[in-house]
Design a protein around this ligand. Structure first.
Ligand SMILES: [Zn+2]
Length: 479
């Protein structure tokens, strides 16, 4: 009998020791391959959609505006002016020149777009529904004359020092077909290619568009003698629709119906799983919503274009955000760059999570009480058990208040958490921002405070003060 008990006891001990230890956030964070030339997590992406001032009435200037938001990367710029591209390059900006299916005919500066265009069965050129009446006909990827126009734009930009390219409407003729806007393309080149394959011209559009983008990237890289990043407007951050997968990263419009942290997190996580990077662009009349979107996008590992020179649709004027509205957040990005770069997604919790069937005390972060809109994004250095861990806190409420959170310290460090520091953006001060931009020292653009905690076994209870600028970064250091 005693022997049996001893056996049973040994078995229980063995089972207990087999029980996996709690995974730490450094173990759940996955090292991902960021496309080398995509924006870094700490880049401030800025789009002057055209060179500004555009004319004598235009009071805006591209580079001084870029500086006022601490931009580091210039995206989605429609230009063929080598002097403008050279200036961006000389000021240290990586500039992406924009390409579209509607690039005008050569020589540069032409307002015509007739050469190498898609035609329907009746032999008429076509355009997208929202471009009707603009005389803006879409080019055919199988037409050598359009290929020549498209590559001429690439060549001119690269020679002037452009860093890469952003392609708007990247599905080109296939977009018109997929959305049943037009039955295309029946030009001589598409007909010939389709005939040789024994199919109809519309059947070859998707594969032709993919192959067009592959060829253009290859030719660009041969010319430049280096990798040349190509991004596209993958609307809403989608990576499933063709041909988004051909691109290194996305610079995409995100509509108001997607303006929430859950969507941002899911979309950016999906991009990272596909080894892509994601930049969003968003503008809205409500400043607080734009500010929360900027903060949450960075907290998820994406970048949000500075809301400046943004198309709003509906006959509204283009949107130009002001430094006093948004520079505090972008200055904060510069200030906390070491806590952004190198860190990967490890855990996400919101105060809305349904915890009726889980033991939320075991989660890395949990909340003291149900609240609608507090979001915590844990980011860690994969496999580095010693590096501090970062928890981005975003308060999505319109009326913000202090709130409580709990940390399970065994999820962060084997020997526990020694200290918690909270970093937050600070209110706008023009002089401080100018000094930071001039010196590269962003230390005046954030505030730091130590957060005390109460220990309850492995659980630490923290009281977070009201996040005046929507965003707070907790830095957890090991014992
Ligand atoms: Zn064609």
């Amino acid at each position: 009998m005693a022997q049996k008990f001893t056996l049973l006891f040994c078995l229980l001990i063995a089972l207990a020791s087999c029980r996996p230890a709690l995974l730490t956030v450094q173990e759940t964070a996955r090292r991902t391959t960021q496309p080398g030339s995509a924006p870094k997590y700490s880049d401030v992406c800025f789009s002057s959609r055209w060179e500004r001032p555009r004319n004598e009435q235009d009071t805006l200037e591209t580079f001084s505006s870029a500086r006022s938001f601490h931009a580091t990367y210039l995206n989605w710029v429609y230009t063929t002016n080598p002097d403008f591209i050279k200036k961006a390059d000389s000021l240290g900006y990586r500039m992406q020149v924009a390409l579209t299916p509607t690039l005008p005919d050569l020589p540069f500066g032409s307002n015509e777009n007739k050469i190498g265009r898609i035609v329907n069965k009746a032999g008429q050129p076509v355009t997208a529904p929202w471009m009707k009446g603009w005389n803006n006909w879409w080019g055919c990827v199988n037409n050598p004359a359009f290929q020549e126009i498209y590559f001429a734009y690439i060549e001119e930009a690269l020679k002037a020092g452009a860093y890469g390219f952003q392609v708007d409407d990247p599905a080109m003729g296939f977009l018109l077909l997929r959305n049943k806007w037009e039955d295309v393309c029946y030009c001589a080149f598409c007909r010939k290619k389709a005939d040789s394959l024994g199919v109809q011209p519309p059947d070859i559009q998707e594969v032709s568009v993919k192959s067009f983008h592959q060829t253009m990237k290859k030719r660009a890289e041969e010319l430049a003698g280096r990798p040349v990043p190509f991004s596209c407007n993958n609307f809403e951050g989608d990576w499933e629709l063709s041909p988004y997968g051909e691109f290194d990263f996305g610079v995409a419009e995100i509509p108001e119906r997607r303006a929430n942290p859950e969507y941002l997190y899911a979309a950016i996580r999906e991009a990272r799983r596909n080894e892509k990077a994601q930049v969003f662009t968003f503008a809205n009349d409500r400043d607080w919503l734009v500010q929360k979107m900027i903060a949450a996008t960075y907290a998820c590992g994406g970048n949000m274009l500075v809301p400046w020179d943004v198309w709003q649709g509906g006959g509204k004027d283009r949107y130009f955000g002001k430094p006093e509205q948004f520079a505090p957040l972008y200055g904060f990005v510069g200030a906390v760059a070491p806590w952004l770069d190198g860190y990967e997604d490890a855990f996400y919790a919101t105060s809305q999570d349904d915890v009726r069937f889980i033991e939320d005390r075991n989660l890395p972060v949990s909340f003291e009480e149900y609240r609608r809109q507090i979001h915590a994004f844990v980011r860690a250095k994969p496999g580095d058990a010693d590096a501090p861990v970062v928890v981005h806190l975003i308060d999505w409420h319109v009326l913000m208040e202090p709130f409580g959170i709990r940390l399970n310290e065994g999820r962060f460090f084997k020997k526990g958490i020694a200290s918690v520091e909270l970093l937050t953006p600070v209110p706008f001060d023009k002089t401080q921002h100018e000094a930071a931009e001039a010196s590269g020292d962003f230390s005046a653009l954030f505030a730091s405070q130590t957060i005390d905690f109460q220990r309850d076994g492995k659980l630490l209870h923290l009281k977070i003060p009201k996040l005046e600028q929507h965003w707070g970064l907790l830095i957890l250091r090991k014992k």
